[in-house]
Design a protein around this ligand. Sequence first.
Ligand SMILES: Nc1ncnc2c1ncn2[C@@H]1O[C@H](COP(=O)(O)OP(=O)(O)OP(=O)(O)O)[C@@H](O)[C@H]1O
Ligand SMILES: [Mg+2]
Length: 376
Amino acid sequence: MELPYFLKSLAGSFMKNDILSVDIGFTNTKVVHARKKSPGLLRVMNYGIEQTPQGCIKNGIICDLDGIAENLKKAVEGSGINEKNVKIVISAGSNIVSKVLFVPTGDGRHIEEKIRSAITGQIPVDIFAQKLFYRVIDDPDCARDGLSKVLVTIVPNSVIDNYMKLMRLLNFNPVAIEIPFSSVARFFNKGAMIAGHSGKYYTGSMLKIDRGATAVIDLGSETTNLSVLNNGALEFNRIVLAGGRNLDDIISRKLDVRRELARMYKEMHGIPEQWHTGDEIERVVGESVRDYLGEILRNVKRSLSFYVERCGGQTVERVFFIGGGSGLKGLCSFAQEVLGVKVYTVDMIEFKNLEFESNLNTDKIRFLINALGIAM
Ligand SMILES: Nc1ncnc2c1ncn2[C@@H]1O[C@H](COP(=O)(O)OP(=O)(O)OP(=O)(O)O)[C@@H](O)[C@H]1O
Ligand SMILES: [Mg+2]
């Protein structure tokens, strides 16, 4: 959502090509100072990842604004960033609802009015207290029936107001507030490539990700977000209210250790290919991850079938994992086994559109995709 009412006061700053992108997650707050070098090239000047203080975000909603503001200031200043023009990604949780709707194309009303009236009755919310983020999806079959296919995400005005208050508290210039699915779509649509494969064999050519249907799964700590892109454009999304932190709790209970230690064991072992006889920790971690993540992935698989069968979508050809949880050892082969399609993580991608200052470590890029996408 671009913020037109700020455009006047920001006319001067828009001439600059620098932006501070912010993604406040349940566990980690990510800040990126990015510079648009040209329409097709973004340079990361600096970035920071700071732990989000416990209790400040619940279910995607900021419940301690001062705590979040203080921590965000720390993340920005601690990474030596001095940029005031800010784009922010909305933290997803049960506060955000997305739907694919079919609305009559030619009845003279504005599309937003049609969406509001189509949603009323389908979702139990006061539709006039919500901000709509929507995209009309190109679909010749719908057009023939006089319908427009629309992907809409509704976000309560109170959530947007909270981000605006946060910006004011820190004297930032808000440039845009965006839903995470849109920033993911922008990131993958802007020239990311994977090495081409034919069957098992590497063909040496590069495959552009903006061709065919691609699913992107953001493995966060409280949520798992699914975005489906068709030819690079966002067509479907879903939030599963489960993530890495729940897994830490399960491992912590089974091993009777602190959650923090359970998290370390999870990150150390992931999903081992083979158990080492007698290594009880490895076995418990491996089984817990297989059970819990397996359930999340089966849930995602059902959503992908729903997208094809009920929303007229395309069969997904490849899946990308992003987010902190995508660093899990053994993730690709396990996810491929459950989902039945080729699986990638972001460290397997060649970026034509992105470069980092030479002193920056790019190992943590999986955490930064939402923040990078919104800057593109
Ligand atoms: N190597 C790893 N193996 C497994 N899990 C990992 C690894 N590295 C990080 N994680 C997990 O990633 C999660 C944090 O990722 P991320 O920063 O993307 O979440 P978040 O954005 O704060 O959460 P949310 O999106 O749900 O608000 C934690 O649960 C952490 O345990
Ligand atoms: Mg996140």
